[in-house]
Unconditional design. Structure first.
Length: 169
């Protein structure tokens, strides 16, 4: 995820843990979680930090076991530590095996969780409805099942809510 602002945006990734339960990975616990199901590698606080991207990066490793049933990752973006969030456009690049496949961009406006009814899995719908969080946008995908198929066919877009639009690269 990257953005062109000194405002601190944060990426929260909700997904499976090794036991198949759900968890949230974000700036506050990024150094505690590093397994095949994911690791947040960067959080540069909206300034030129020590990341290879101006923003945040999350990896799901190729050693993560593929699940027979969907277990989606929900990538939610929010403005950190602002009492009344204002629009801050951002983008998320989704890649597979080192190649960027999708670019998802957003207008930075706060989402209305009600708009997502029926569009998201129950797991990601719960994230969208989480109280006390002003999400700017949300992207749902199941990288352990969908990404290789999306890469081959290119016919599906990741599910999104908010002003998020995804385009194939």
């Amino acid at each position: 995820m990257s953005w062109d602002s000194t405002v601190d945006l944060d990426m929260h990734v909700f997904g499976p843990d090794p036991e198949g339960k759900r968890r949230e990975i974000y700036f506050g616990n990024k150094d505690e979680i590093d397994d095949a199901f994911g690791r947040q590698r960067c959080d540069d606080l909206g300034s030129g930090g020590d990341c290879e991207v101006n923003g945040e990066k999350f990896n799901v490793y190729s050693t993560a076991p593929v699940r027979s049933s969907p277990n989606p990752y929900c990538v939610a973006v929010r403005v950190f530590n602002q009492p009344s969030p204002t629009p801050h456009p951002w983008q998320v690049l989704i890649g597979f095996e080192g190649k960027n496949i999708w670019r998802c961009t957003d207008d930075g406006k706060i989402i209305d969780a009600a708009e997502s009814t029926g569009q998201l899995s129950s797991e990601c719908q719960r994230v969208a409805e989480r109280s006390g969080r002003d999400w700017l946008g949300l992207i749902e995908l199941d990288p352990l099942n969908e990404i290789p198929e999306i890469d081959i066919t290119g016919t599906e877009h990741p599910k999104t809510i908010g002003g998020v639009k995804c385009e194939r690269l």
